[in-house]
Design a protein around this ligand. Structure first.
Ligand code: AMP
Length: 311
């Protein structure tokens, strides 16, 4: 099963208590693709500038990611500068340059048309919606966003929410989106605005899924109790950037690799999300995601089980 992902392919400059990284390959779609590539086929839609060379593309290709949907144009790639010096759980955005994304109009290559799963990674909701419109028959659509789009592009974002099966955002974003400081009430409001499920990421504390009463394909009965998956306590978080995108990649990659989407596979997917997020933060940028093995992933999955198992 193939996942089609649209989102930022970017260069980031990052500052954390562990050090700094300058203009490293990053972006929501990059993190997502690398994480999901350990579970299923991934196809990317994005735009890059002249600073994105064959070396950067090779990072994705080495993981088997299909990059034919990455458009190369004159100009500079998306650039983001972030700092975690105040709080490792929340990035402080120092600079966002949309660059080539400002004039991007995504088109889906014919080779991508049969993708069954669609992930709308963090990018301008107008672009997310353009891709969604071109893929009306996908089996499942998940999406992400961030405060940047919630604050200033709310009307466009609301259109995207209508078309989602599952929204994955962090808890600060969920409260901001719903304009409610209580997470349970915020989740109810968000679920009333479109998505059938909402996965709220709590950084180093795990993630919680909330479900609406509507059914997923193949689901016998609706699940309405929330479900919480843990995160792995780590002795050092080198760079939290991309943990959320890697959570989404592990979560959706695992779901796409399963025959059916059921409450049980959904819960397992939450654990795989946590596993991929925990790897992401161990090194700067995408470094740790580039050379994992499925064995390492499954060993860590076993650790997650132990962490939350009750006899
Ligand atoms: P995460 O830490 O999982 O929320 O995602 C971090 C990635 O999102 C970084 O690699 C950035 O390049 C990218 N990013 C930051 N701001 C934006 C934005 N406004 N739109 C799209 N991508 C962004």
């Amino acid at each position: 099963m193939a996942i089609l992902v649209v989102g930022s392919v970017a260069f980031d400059s990052i500052e954390t208590p562990s050090g700094t990284a300058e203009r490293c390959l990053a972006g929501a779609a990059t993190y997502f693709s690398l994480a999901a590539s350990y579970f299923t086929d991934v196809r990317v839609i994005a735009v890059v500038g002249e600073d994105f060379t064959a070396n950067e593309e090779e990072v994705l290709k080495r993981r088997g990611v299909d990059t034919r949907g990455i458009e190369h144009v004159a100009g500079k790639s998306f650039f983001w500068r972030g700092s975690y010096m105040q709080n490792l759980n929340e990035a402080q955005t120092k600079e966002t340059q949309l660059n080539v994304f400002e004039t991007f109009s995504p088109t889906i290559p014919a080779e991508y048309a049969d993708s069954e799963f669609l992930f709308l990674a963090n990018i301008d909701p107008v672009l997310q919606e353009k891709v969604r419109q071109q893929m009306p028959r996908v089996r499942m659509v998940c999406g992400d966003t961030m405060n940047y789009w919630i604050n200033d592009h709310r009307a466009n974002l609301e259109k995207v929410l209508h078309g989602l099966d599952c929204l994955l955002i962090n808890d600060g974003e969920a409260k901001l989106l719903a304009q409610d400081a209580n997470l349970v009430r915020a989740a109810k409001k968000i679920l009333a605005s479109g998505p059938k499920a909402l996965v709220v990421k709590h950084g180093e504390y795990g993630a919680t899924a909330f479900f609406s009463d509507r059914l997923f394909p193949g689901e016998a009965k609706s699940v309405s109790l929330p479900f919480r998956a843990p995160a792995l306590p780590l002795s050092e978080v080198v760079d939290p950037t991309g943990a959320g995108d890697c959570f989404a990649g592990g979560f959706f990659g695992y779901l796409a690799s399963q025959k059916e989407i059921t409450p049980s596979t959904f819960k397992q997917a939450m654990f795989y999300g946590g596993v991929m997020g925990s790897f992401a933060v161990e090194r700067f940028c995408t470094e740790r995601l580039q050379s994992l093995t499925r064995e390492e992933i499954d060993q860590r999955f076993a650790l997650f089980r132990e962490l939350s198992h009750l006899d």
